[in-house]
Design a protein around this ligand. Structure first.
Ligand code: ADP
Ligand code: MG
Length: 416
């Protein structure tokens, strides 16, 4: 068979196959459904806070926290959409601007997005931050009514750039004559408060709320609702739905993951011409998503974290089941030398190990050493093969993956 007829076959099979998706878009992360089960309390709470805006009054700033996939973005967008609709029928103009700080990336770009929403022009780059802020302030002051600023994933911005922009934003009302602004800050990191100056924290969290994770039954309801519009009737088997909910609930109740499982499982079923999405499709979807996620996380690590991880990889390869920080540091320093980088201090590397542990790439176990205190035993949190295949592709690390560290000879002979 030549390529054309192979392709013909693929297309024909697709056209003939049972139809799975009624509307795939419904399963996208950024789709905001009309119905958000199990978030009625949060919707009401946020609604009560922003309601004064309808009478032209400034509303309290609010800080929303919760782990990923707990519905923070969906609920905020939903409430603001409804507020906007309501405001059209009222005399008070309401304006709002939603910015995802992690996507936008820098303070400059966050401020330009806010300016843009006010119709104020700002060049892509080139102005001092203070100048952009001044334009924003002037823009605000030419308008009546309240401007609501939604800063989603604000933790990402503050961790890399500090909280200056939040400080300025929380104080801007003091200098305005006409305009008013309120801030909705959303964080995926529950420890976000620790990163804020106390003054910023107290103004930002005039109100605050935590979105707790969904349990399996709640995720099931959410999925069922979405599946009704995403799939044709009868396509999603009940057992697949339950499995999907259980898997997502086991992972801190993340509705986003659950939707990913459904979408990928649907695509697998569609591709093989199946009529029903089964448990097996969900399991295969899980494996695929997990793999993609690990690869993505590994690729995006900063250089020094990659070297730390590579150090652990080499230790594991030398049969050291669980390494201690000192050993990792020693290998890391050697790897830095090989890669032409200046090593960070052991303390900083210890911090990097913690971060890698949090995102699951490393797995640290605190072991009690009796009266000698406690120590951390560290191993890879992901398959060795994944580390190997990603780092092999890496320009700098490709050649180091088969490197034999000098210090390893001593370690492995005593620990094997
Ligand atoms: P977060 O912002 O907390 O990380 P999102 O609001 O982005 O979470 O939610 C993740 C995905 O799950 C989105 O596609 C969202 O529409 C969906 N979702 C979350 N909670 C619900 C809910 N209660 N009902 C329906 N869909 C939900
Ligand atoms: Mg979000």
């Amino acid at each position: 068979m030549n390529e054309t007829s192979v392709l013909e076959g693929v297309f024909d099979r697709f056209l003939k196959s049972a139809r799975i998706f009624k509307d795939r878009e419904i399963l996208r992360h950024d789709h905001v459904p009309e119905n958000l089960p199990h978030r009625e309390d949060q919707i009401r709470f946020l609604g009560e806070i922003v309601a004064p805006v309808l009478k032209g009054l400034r509303c309290s700033n609010i800080l929303i926290y919760g782990k990923t996939g707990t519905g923070k973005t969906a609920v905020s967008k939903y409430v603001l959409k409804k507020l906007n609709q309501k405001a059209l029928g009222c005399a008070s103009p309401v304006r709002f601007c939603y910015v995802n700080c992690r996507w936008v990336g820098t303070e400059y770009r966050v401020l330009s997005a806010l300016c843009y929403a006010l119709g104020v022009k700002v060049p892509f780059t080139g102005l001092a931050l203070g100048e952009v802020f001044d334009r924003f302030r002037k823009g605000l002051d030419t308008q009546n009514g309240v401007f609501i600023v939604v800063l989603d994933e604000i933790d990402a911005l503050v961790k890399t750039h500090g909280d200056t922009i939040l400080y300025e934003l929380t104080r801007v009302n003091e200098t305005l004559n006409l305009g008013k602004t309120s801030i909705v800050g959303i964080s995926n990191d529950l420890r976000f408060k620790d990163f804020l100056d106390p003054r910023v924290l107290s103004s930002l969290s005039e109100e605050e709320t935590v979105f707790r994770p969904y349990d399996a039954a709640e995720i099931r309801d959410i999925l069922l609702e979405r599946a009704k519009s995403a799939f044709f009737a009868g396509v999603l088997s009940d057992s697949a739905l339950s499995l999907c909910a259980a898997l997502a609930a086991a992972e801190h109740g993340d509705a986003r993951r659950a939707l990913d499982f459904l979408r990928v499982a649907g695509e697998l079923a569609e591709r093989e011409g199946a009529e029903i999405i089964t448990e097996e499709h969900i399991r295969r979807a899980e494996t695929r998503i997990e793999h993609d996620r690990v690869v993505e996380a590994l690729k995006n690590l900063p250089a020094h974290s990659k070297l730390v991880l590579l150090g652990v990889y080499l230790l594991v390869k030398a049969n050291v089941a669980r390494a201690i920080t000192g050993e990792i540091y020693e290998i890391y320093c050697e790897l830095c030398e090989q890669a032409g980088l200046t090593p960070l201090t052991q303390r900083r590397v210890s911090g990097l190990i913690n971060e890698l542990d949090v995102i699951g790439l490393l797995n640290a176990l605190v072991v009690s050493m009796g009266r000698y205190g406690r120590t951390k035993k560290i191993r890879l949190g992901v398959p060795r093969s994944a580390v190997r295949s990603v780092f092999m592709e890496d320009e700098r690390l490709g050649s180091l993956i088969s490197y034999t560290p000098k210090c390893l000879v001593g370690i492995s002979s005593t620990r094997r």
